[in-house]
Ligand binder design. Structure first.
Ligand code: W6P
Length: 392
């Protein structure tokens, strides 16, 4: 495995398949099962190898946490599973079927990895004092680790949906909807977040949706509806909780959530405004910090788990989903009043390529270089205040 890791874990291998990514992601109607097979049997090991090499650069303490070792083993297993297809005949339908089955097995194997990795971080926090360097390294790593995972699952889903047993849902290309109806996804995410909110608080804020479009065409993009849904559902849950808790569960009325959807030529922007009292600026960055977030809990049925409680990994992961296709997710808060959450998507599909972490010298340096110490200071020059206006 180690020898193969070296072979696959180079950027060069990936460079020559960029055009194929495009083929797979955007014009799968034309890609055949065997073409996809030839691409994935190489690309998936590359992506697995890239992140396995990065795991090895983690701070010593974290590297030895049982949950991190467990995750590492899963990646090694999947890597080995894929190597079996290295020389398989792409015209043999038995092999193609076996490959699809292997992908499904891999997808299932990695089901709980987000949670397991988060547990590793929790274990580390409990066992060791964490300095700023370690914290920065973990933040850097987890963003890349989860982004790598998003990209791998995307490729696996594409292949299994296009060439697997289940029939492709109408008009979708795998999990991509070339005509993704943004308003529908917004309303869907709102309805489901509202359901949770009503269940927990017995109340929920209304939604006011405004749509601005210079071209007067409906807001449709080439996108993965499940990714957009994931982001919006997360933002709606946060906004609803803020509004209800800020105004008190007993309040008669709650200020509505406002969504402004703007279709530009380059960007499609979704702004979600709540009047939930906002958050202080000092807390803002912590919302995207894995170390300060609570680990995602396993789904348990029962009424004792508050469905909207705690900032989990929802926000950092949502931002990764947005960035995966070169969009972004940002929060702006007005402490004492409310918060604006903004999702940026690329309106043109040709610009919405994958954004992938690569393993190279720059990345290696990130782990070994201490974080920048401040070269600005807020030190007060006491002399200024002792004799501020002396003119002699
Ligand atoms: C808040 C905190 C937050 C996070 C994400 C989205 C909306 C909101 N509102 O108060």
């Amino acid at each position: 495995v180690a020898a193969h890791l070296g072979e696959f874990g180079s950027v060069g291998v990936r460079a020559d398949v960029q055009s194929v990514i495009h083929a797979i992601v955007y014009s799968c109607q034309n890609a055949t099962n065997s073409e996809s097979y030839l691409f994935l049997r190489k690309e998936l090991p590359v992506r697995l190898a890239n992140i396995m090499k990065e795991i090895k650069l983690l701070p010593e303490h974290l590297l030895h946490m049982p949950s991190v070792c467990a995750v590492s083993d899963l990646y090694r297993m999947s890597f080995v599973d894929l190597l079996e297809f290295e020389k398989g005949d792409c015209n043999d339908s038995k092999i193609l079927d076996k490959f699809t089955d292997a992908l499904i097995k891999i997808r299932n194997r990695h089901q709980d990895v987000v949670m397991t990795m988060a547990q590793g971080v929790m274990e580390l926090k409990e066992a060791h004092a964490i300095n700023a360097n370690v914290e920065a390294n973990i933040q850097y790593f987890l963003d890349r680790f989860y982004m790598n995972r998003i990209s791998i699952r995307m490729l696996i889903n594409q292949h299994t949906m296009l060439f697997g047993e289940s029939v492709n849902s109408h008009n979708h290309i795998g999990c991509i909807d070339p005509n993704c109806d943004v308003v529908r996804v917004i309303e869907d995410a709102y309805a489901n977040a509202r359901f949770l909110c009503d269940q927990y608080y017995l109340a929920s804020p209304e939604l006011v949706l405004k749509y601005h479009n210079a071209d007067k065409t409906p807001a449709r993009v080439v996108y993965v509806p499940s990714h957009l849904y994931h982001m919006l559902f997360e933002l709606f849950k946060n906004a609803m909780r803020a509004v209800i808790e800020h105004h008190g569960t007993g309040a008669d009325e709650f200020p509505a959530l406002e969504v402004l959807l703007v279709m530009g030529t380059e960007d499609l922007v979704i702004k979600l405004s709540d009047q939930g009292g906002g958050i202080p600026r000092s807390v803002m960055d912590l919302l995207f910090n894995y170390m300060y977030s609570t680990a995602p809990q396993p789904a348990v049925s029962g009424l004792d788990t508050p469905p909207l409680a705690g900032y989990g990994y929802g926000l950092p992961l949502s931002r990764l989903y947005a960035r995966y296709f070169h969009g972004d997710l940002m929060l702006t808060s007005f402490e004492g009043f409310g918060t604006d959450a903004v999702i940026y998507l690329k309106a043109i599909s040709s610009e919405a390529n994958e954004l992938l972490p690569v393993y190279n010298k720059t990345c290696q340096r990130q782990y070994s270089t201490p974080i920048q110490t401040h070269d600005w200071s807020s030190q007060v020059h006491s002399a200024m205040f002792i004799r501020p206006f002396s003119t002699n």
